[in-house]
Design a protein around this ligand. Structure first.
Ligand code: CU
Length: 142
């Protein structure tokens, strides 16, 4: 126990050069009841002086969670989403997003999806994302 404690103190000592991740404006797209997929969007801010990466995500509304990007109208899986030091990365329709695959229940406006984002350095960050109707015009093709 004492060994563990001193390790924690040591770690806190080097925490000066760490990313500081804050997530805001998170939302999940409302989908028709027949749809088995949706996506989550948000702004990830890094107020620290070290870059970080989103490397994994989980959520309580779908069986599978993937990190995706849309390039020329087509989605593909990405291994990580970079967040620069003292910078921000925007996940938005038509760009980077978190894909919710095999929904366990239909997503209706007014509900909340709990997401757990895993960052390479900052660790896990929990986010509550309200379900909203997407701004029209963005087709999500698979
Ligand atoms: Cu996608």
């Amino acid at each position: 126990m004492r060994k563990l404690l001193s390790a924690v103190v040591l770690f806190a000592g080097v925490a000066v050069a760490q990313p500081r991740i804050e997530v805001r404006d998170a939302w999940v797209r409302e989908v028709p009841p027949a749809s088995k997929m949706s996506a989550a969007y948000m702004v990830i801010e890094n107020k620290g002086n070290q870059p970080d990466k989103l490397i994994d995500a989980k959520n309580n509304a779908s069986e599978v969670t993937e990190l995706h990007e849309t390039v020329e109208g087509k989605m593909r899986k990405v291994k990580a989403i970079e967040v620069p030091a003292n910078g921000r990365t925007e996940l938005k329709p038509g760009g980077l997003h978190i894909m919710l695959i095999n929904l366990k229940r239909p997503l209706k406006e007014g509900e909340t999806v709990e997401l757990v984002l895993k960052f390479e350095k900052a660790g896990e960050v929990k986010v509550n994302a309200p379900v909203r109707k997407g701004a029209g015009g963005h087709r999500h093709s698979h």
